[in-house]
Write a protein of this length. Structure first.
Ligand code: ATP
Ligand code: MG
Length: 278
């Protein structure tokens, strides 16, 4: 689009056309207009932040989306349980807008854990919350590859920062990075590699107890931080004891909530992937 050339004469005309200096409501109008501009900039800033955290996500493959209408309980064998799980996730997402708490979704492969976590993400983003999705496997890969590719060290550091500060972090398929359930339960299993343990512990403690900056800020304001400071949603195929074997109880107690109202167990659900393969 070309820049329009404005003659000085016509600029004066334009001014008198839009601003009546004798208008008794001029000040009020100008204030209203400024207020609107501020609101517009604030909205833009919120949307940019939401997009930034979304873009920092670590996906296994292409980014995924799953909306409220995509969850179809009728497609599951156990329709009642699917409906209950969908409703519970929906309610928890709305509660999470105003309060921080952790949620865990556990169950076998293909039962819909990631889908409901993504549904919660969409609701939260619609309510101006920043959400970051991190595949535990992808994070593990990044942690592993940083020694061969130095540029990945900076990427990992950058993602760690965003994982600390996202209003809501989805840690997807936690435990998968440690291998099969059989391997995890074998006698000589010693947990996932130490650097990954350290990394997950740092994320867990920063999100639960707050970062150093959070603590300084709270101190200055004279307020006590409530735990967890920021919400984390975990999806996993592993049971609690297995996760404690993979990481340790100090880490897991900060990530996995024991509150039944925040736990979604997909026990009796069948694997939808197998069904669609038939
Ligand atoms: N109730 C449902 N309505 C519509 N699609 C569903 C439903 N449940 C599961 N699916 C679909 O089934 C597939 C597997 O679901 P999803 O990836 O959420 O499972 P998961 O429990 O996270 O599995 P995994 O443990 O392997 O990660 C996805 O394509 C998902 O969209
Ligand atoms: Mg999944």
């Amino acid at each position: 689009m070309g820049i329009q050339k404005v003659e000085f004469g016509s600029l004066n005309d334009l001014f008198s056309e839009h601003v009546d200096i004798n208008d008794p409501h001029l000040k009020e109008r100008a204030e209203k207009r400024n207020q609107k501009m501020v609101e517009m900039y604030n909205r833009q800033a919120i949307e940019n932040r939401i997009r930034l955290y979304q873009d920092k996500s670590l996906w296994e493959g292409a980014p995924l989306k799953f909306g409220v209408d995509d969850w179809q309980p009728n497609r599951r064998k156990n329709v009642k349980q699917a409906r209950e799980l969908g409703n519970k996730a929906y309610k928890l997402a709305h509660q999470m807008v105003n309060k921080s708490f952790n949620v865990v979704m556990s169950g076998l492969a293909g039962v819909g854990k990631t889908s409901l976590a993504l549904m919660m993400a969409e609701i939260l983003q619609q309510h101006d919350k920043t959400v970051m999705f991190v595949s535990a496997d992808e994070l593990f890969r990044l942690c592993n590859d940083q020694y061969d590719f130095p540029e990945l060290k900076a990427k990992l550091r950058d993602r760690m920062h965003f994982m600390n500060y996202a209003d809501v972090l989805i840690l997807d398929d936690l435990g998968a990075e440690a291998g099969s359930v059989k391997q995890v339960n074998s006698k000589d299993f010693n947990g996932v590699r130490r650097d990954m343990q350290r990394l997950i512990y740092d994320i867990a403690s920063h999100r639960f107890e707050g970062t150093k900056e959070d603590k300084i800020k709270a101190n200055k304001k004279g307020i006590e931080l409530t735990h967890p400071v920021r919400s984390t949603i975990i999806t996993t195929n592993n049971v609690q004891e297995e996760l404690e074997r993979i990481y340790n109880s100090r880490t897991i107690s900060r990530l996995i909530t024991m509150k039944p109202e925040h736990r979604l167990a997909f026990n009796d659900m069948e694997d939808m992937r197998k069904e669609s393969d038939l």
